[in-house]
Ligand binder design. Structure first.
Ligand code: 13P
Length: 252
């Protein structure tokens, strides 16, 4: 039985004070609930250390939004895996569509990052998803296959126990357009089928596949009720404690 994982991607929002306020409100709100899923927050780099302190003693885990694939070096402006580990990150989002489209990240680069995160002892949240144009040209499954196969190249079955996948159709991110539960389930089932081809039934059956793209408290229940949807990667709705908690309580 897979445990559902609800992660909040804060993106480029929240200075220190706003980060303290949001993480404290989240911690308080969750303290009186029986939470039966994993809860992760992914603040910007500048707030990681502060948020780590605030969430101490709660069920909330810490993640980052990106990472470089080298251990260290002359890479101005970049952040390495050991730095994230040292600040308490257990998770790191890799291959987000905003990284792919705005910053030109390729499947090969993302593969390097996933390998590095794993060797550093972190759990990658590996994002995949088609654009609107790709969906309309009926190449969704080809795109997903390429992203999964290239992104997971040379990742072993054993390592897959630490990898979370996040299916985020690009057309549903920040647009208010959610994939219907049936549309999302169809792609999730396809992804699990691909993982079965690559790693066999047992491994594929244990991989958590999150859905992301305009997840809100009022659509979370139905999305999270699909057999192959094992959680959510939340953008906009994670920036308010109340709505993020609303999604967390919808998790199975
Ligand atoms: P929204 O929930 O704002 O659509 O963002 C989804 C996302 O990109 C999470 O990584």
């Amino acid at each position: 039985m897979r445990k559902q994982v609800i992660a909040g991607n804060w993106k480029m929002f929240n200075d220190i004070q706003a980060s303290v306020d949001l993480s404290a409100a989240l911690k308080n709100g969750l303290s009186s609930l029986s939470v039966n899923c994993e809860v992760i927050v992914c603040p910007p780099f500048t707030a990681l250390d502060t948020v780590r302190t605030v969430i101490k003693g709660s069920v909330i885990k810490l993640g980052a939004q990106n990472m470089h694939f080298e251990e260290s070096g002359a890479f101005t402006g970049e952040i390495a895996a050991p730095m994230l580990k040292s600040v308490g990150c257990e998770y790191v989002i890799l291959g987000h569509s905003e990284r792919r489209t705005i910053f030109g990240e390729t499947d090969q680069l993302i593969n390097k990052k996933i390998k590095k995160a794993l060797s550093a002892g972190m759990n990658p949240i590996f994002c995949i998803g088609e654009t609107l144009q790709e969906r309309e040209s009926n190449v969704t499954f080809d795109v997903i296959r390429r992203q999964v196969v290239e992104g997971l190249k040379e990742i072993t079955a054993e390592q897959m126990a630490k990898v979370i996948l996040a299916y985020e159709p690009v057309w549903a991110i920040g647009t208010g357009k959610t994939a219907s539960p049936a549309q999302a389930q169809e792609v999730h089932a396809f992804i699990r089928g691909l993982l079965t081809e690559l790693y066999g039934n047992t491994v594929a059956g244990n991989v958590v596949i999150q859905y992301g793209g305009s997840v809100k408290p009022d659509n979370a229940n139905e999305l999270l009720g699909q057999p192959d949807i094992d959680g959510a990667l939340v953008g906009g709705a994670c920036l308010k404690a109340e709505s993020f908690i609303g999604i967390i309580t919808a998790a199975k």
